[in-house]
Write a protein that binds this ligand. Structure first.
Ligand code: ATP
Ligand code: MG
Length: 423
């Protein structure tokens, strides 16, 4: 136990970190293009925030939260997602006083007691954005495009964008009745979750993972016919903008975010080759959420992207670029006599901004050269006893195998120029 990470968690090792940084860099760059600014919220919050902000009838709240009592008897929860925290911060910091929209993005670890499998972990990472303060469909289209642009920039093809409208508190009650009418005769055959949600939140029955229930849900009455004029116009407006931007999408009437404050737009991006865990991104509008957690009535929309799933997708397609981990200079110092000199020169080169390594273990000349090769050093600086005695060092260009003798006092200036011209 002491030597294994907790179930559903894993280390991101040095050899994997470049891929993560590449992913994060791409996300940050595209957020900058779209004008979204980063927010970093605590990894734990008052449990109450998630009960309100995610909703008591969701899988996340019913089964997946890491909740604990701290030494001051407060109930706290490791964040299972970041929207509730971002909205809490928006209210707490009175961002609503700034000109709308407030555009935020986040990247970080989330925690859910999920069933671990490929693409599903207990500590996982999400990138997400939230846009607060705008009602119309324009911003919905913008954030969907942002998500699509990120995935396309990473090189992913054959993405499937699904969109839907889940209506609003005005039009949903009618749909709710129709749903209950439809499901009532089958309730006995449905799973326990569906049975318990039937009264409290029947919309969630459309979202059940149980194959039998899914089959039933496929035939359920669509919300489309129940949408009020405003929701209909919003949905039409969104589809028009997506079409204008040349983005392919399909309308999926069973795509829901089944809570009262989730309104209008819901969307998901799938990458089919991932199989059971094919959803890489999910989002939607939450016009009732900010008020629900105690802020002024403010519309909002956001999405979250599962970073492990995106990584799995780009790795499976060999879309990761080559990362350059080579160093500029390896200082070879056979024997221990000149170590102080080697150390001093190495530090001087590092102060000039070069990537420099040297041997720590008093290895042989041959072993040090091997180490230089393993680190893909561009240059090797050899401080052999004879040369040093003459005030010189040998500089070897590793790509041409060319060797020259240079004066010790010129090491820094020569290498600086060499490395610059090498690039
Ligand atoms: P699922 O139906 O797969 O459980 P979800 O509806 O719980 O997904 P959201 O809460 O919408 O997922 O989270 C947004 C995204 O975060 C998902 O589309 C997915 O890419 C990712 N995600 C969610 N849960 C996990 C997890 N346990 N491990 C890895 N990624 C996850
Ligand atoms: Mg889930």
């Amino acid at each position: 136990m002491l030597t294994t990470a907790p179930r559903g968690t894993k280390d991101i090792l040095p050899r994997d970190v470049e891929a993560w940084r590449y992913l994060e860099r791409t996300m940050r760059e595209i957020c900058a293009q779209y004008g979204y600014l980063e927010i970093r919220t605590p990894v734990f919050e008052h449990t109450e925030l998630f009960l309100r902000g995610i909703g008591e009838t969701t899988d996340v709240v019913e089964k997946e939260m890491y909740t604990f009592t701290d030494r001051g008897e407060r109930s706290l929860t490791l964040r299972p997602e970041n929207t509730a925290s971002a909205v809490r911060s928006y209210v707490e910091n009175k961002m609503y006083a700034d000109p709308a929209p407030t555009k935020l993005f986040y990247i970080g670890p989330m925690f859910r007691y999920d069933r671990p499998q490929a693409g599903r972990y207990r500590q996982f990472h999400q990138f997400g954005v939230e846009a607060l303060g705008v009602e119309g469909p324009n911003i919905d289209a913008e954030i969907i495009l942002l998500a699509v642009q990120i995935l396309q920039t990473l090189g992913l093809k054959d993405l499937k964008l699904k969109v839907n409208s889940v209506g609003c508190p005005k039009c949903r009650p009618l749909h709710r009745e129709k749903l209950q009418e439809y499901f009532r005769p089958h309730l006995g055959e449905m799973c326990k979750d569906c049975q318990s949600r039937f009264d409290r939140n029947p919309l969630r029955l459309l979202d059940c993972k149980n194959p039998h229930d899914q089959e039933l849900a496929a035939g359920a009455p669509s919300l489309e016919e129940c949408l009020c004029e405003e929701c209909k116009a919003h949905f039409e407006g969104l589809k028009e903008l997506l079409t204008a931007a040349g983005v392919d999408y399909v309308v999926d009437h069973n795509l829901v975010r089944g809570l009262d404050y989730y309104t209008k737009t819901a969307f998901e991006i799938q990458y089919a080759p991932l199989g059971a865990q094919s959803a890489v991104c999910g989002g939607g509008r939450y016009d009732g959420l900010i008020e629900e957690i105690g802020g002024p009535a403010t519309p909002g929309i956001g999405f979250a992207m599962g970073m492990e799933r995106v990584l799995l997708a780009i790795e499976s397609q060999n879309l990761l670029p080559q990362f350059d981990n080579s160093i500029d200079v390896f200082v070879v110092c056979p024997g221990s006599a000149n170590f102080t000199l080697a150390f001093k020169e190495a530090i001087a080169l590092r102060r000039e901004g070069l990537k420099v390594e040297f041997d720590f273990l008093g290895r042989s000349m041959k072993a040090q050269m091997k180490q230089a090769n393993r680190l893909a050093a561009k240059y090797v600086l050899i401080l052999g006893e004879d040369e040093v005695a003459r005030g010189c060092a040998v500089l070897r260009n590793m790509s041409t195998s060319e060797q020259t003798e240079i004066p010790i006092q010129d090491i820094t200036s020569i290498l600086k120029t060499e490395v610059q011209s090498h690039e």
